[in-house]
Design a protein around this ligand. Structure first.
Ligand code: PRP
Length: 186
């Protein structure tokens, strides 16, 4: 695939081997997810959208604008990968909001469900804080996790088993700002 000059300017000359989900496809799908979430979350109750940093920052900002309900927005910081491309299996909660999530309908927003380790470790931690409900919205899902304590209720796209970057997803902290999801040339 030929990489556009605009993308090369963003990647510092690194080529994209292929685009998996274009900017337009993502925008369409995020709109659909927002409509679906609006229909499916209860009316008249406290809704908290909790984005997992850093990967979900773009998805959260696009998704919340498509949810036609009163909501609160906050973020969690967890870290499960080091600088490389393999999951270490460790999940650390580095920041969590001080305000209570008790009694709220919490929508946990992930950019990608890969091995499932992050959600498997995080969901029990959040459940202990007594949310009224806790569901996951993920832009991408690899469907490779053998067991999930709670699978994502809302999924943007099924993702192939490749190392994907863009729209929030990084490789060693680079490429998060690309407007599409793709695979970078090795
Ligand atoms: C990535 C990604 C997900 C998680 C998914 O986060 O953003 O949160 O890994 O992988 P898993 O299903 O195998 O646990 P990462 O720890 O790389 O941090 P980041 O969001 O800051 O990039």
């Amino acid at each position: 695939m030929s990489t556009s000059a605009e993308t090369l300017a963003r990647t510092g000359g690194k080529h994209i081997s292929h685009v998996l989900f274009s900017e337009e496809q993502i925008a369409r799908r995020v709109r659909e997810l927002g409509e679906q979430i609006t229909r499916e979350i209860p009316e008249g109750e406290d809704i908290l959208v909790l984005g997992l940093l850093k990967g979900s920052f773009i998805f959260v900002s696009d998704l919340v604008r498509e949810i036609r309900r009163p909501i609160e927005v906050d973020f969690l910081i967890v870290s499960s990968y080091g600088g490389g491309t393999e999951s270490s299996g460790e999940v650390q909660l580095l920041y969590a909001r001080q305000a209570s999530i008790e009694g709220k309908h919490v929508i946990l927003v992930e950019d990608i469900v890969d091995s499932g380790t992050t959600l498997n470790r995080l969901i029990p931690m959040l459940e202990k804080r007594g949310p009224k409900s806790l569901e996951v919205a993920a832009l991408l899902h690899k469907h490779i996790a053998k067991e999930m304590v709670r699978d994502a209720k809302w999924v943007g796209f099924d993702c192939p088993q490749e190392f994907v970057i863009g729209y929030g997803l990084d490789h060693s902290e680079k490429y998060r700002h690309l407007p599409f999801v793709g695979v970078i040339e090795p």
